[in-house]
Design a protein around this ligand. Structure first.
Ligand SMILES: Nc1ncnc2c1ncn2[C@@H]1O[C@H](COP(=O)(O)OP(=O)(O)OP(=O)(O)O)[C@@H](O)[C@H]1O
Length: 264
């Protein structure tokens, strides 16, 4: 396999009883890519991410990370190897502050265990990395507020900061702006745009503003199958893609949200 492919899946199939949610999907994520996965509701995007991260076991097919077959690795071992995801729905510790949460994750990642309170006091490297992440993700001013009191956009930022604290080589971003109110979107869009260039990103998103401003490559999934893959320009002008989305009453080339996210 080419050295510039960081994550790939080949002939991936997932069946749930009689439903084929993923149908022979082959996808290559290039190093440093900003790759978007789009498709109408029920196209199989979430199932594909669950297969890539190891939450679901494929019926058929193979997944390779940095040239190694990870098809049978447990989810946490895939994270250790550098593939990290965020979730559509926040999965945060409500009673902790962003500073505590990030210190915990950084501490775990550095092999110091879950003793974030000790690490914060005694380990300058943990505190420093947590502070850096707080600044990078516009969380410094809310660093000491309990997460349950944070605005929704800040919670989404914290979630991406947590993923970055694991120092991923591959980041799977699952609908980062879903449910975020208009006034908080800009900060999130800017932060996503400013993600480190050496982290390869696979973005699942319904918001076409974000998809077209972010992606340098796009894969369109329909009924579990890859309809097409290409540059944003190719996707925008592809008649088959337009036909799929026309049923939703929107024009792809207007770069408007194609549908209302059903989560968040
Ligand atoms: N655990 C499951 N059991 C049975 N069917 C499932 C299961 N998970 C997903 N499916 C089916 O697989 C298909 C793909 O669903 P999936 O959630 O992956 O689509 P999606 O593209 O992520 O949709 P959305 O944009 O709405 O999140 C759907 O027909 C769905 O009903």
């Amino acid at each position: 396999m080419s050295a510039d492919i960081v994550l790939s899946c080949e002939g991936l199939v997932k069946r749930f009883g009689g439903i084929t949610a993923t149908n022979n999907v082959t996808l290559n994520l290039k190093r440093g890519a900003r790759h978007a996965l789009i498709g109408p509701n029920g196209a199989g995007k979430t199932t594909l991410i669950n297969l890539l991260t190891g939450v679901l076991e494929p019926t058929e097919g193979r997944i390779t990370l940095e040239g190694e077959d990870i098809s049978n690795l447990a989810p946490h071992r895939r994270v250790r190897r550098g593939m990290v995801r965020t979730f559509q729905i926040n999965q945060l510790f409500n009673s902790m502050t962003p500073l505590e949460t990030l210190a915990l994750v950084v501490s775990q990642h550095q092999g110091l265990g879950a003793t974030w309170w000790r690490s914060l006091g005694r380990n300058a490297a943990v505190a420093e990395r947590a502070e850096q992440l707080l600044a990078q993700f516009h969380l410094a001013e809310v660093a000491n507020q309990r997460t349950e009191h944070l605005a929704y956009g800040k919670r989404r930022l914290l979630e991406i900061a947590i993923a970055l604290a694991c120092e991923p080589r591959v980041l799977l971003l699952d609908e980062p702006v879903a449910g975020v109110p208009a006034g908080e979107r800009e900060e999130l869009l800017q932060t996503v745009a400013a993600l480190p260039a050496d982290v390869s990103v696979l973005l699942i998103e319904h918001d076409m503003d974000l998809v077209f401003s972010f992606a340098d490559r796009m894969t369109v999934l329909v009924n579990g199958t890859v309809l097409t893959e290409g540059t944003p320009e190719e996707i925008e002008s592809n008649p088959e893609v337009k036909a799929v989305y026309l049923g939703h009453g929107d024009e792809l080339n207007e770069a408007v949200p194609l549908e209302t996210p059903n989560h968040g």
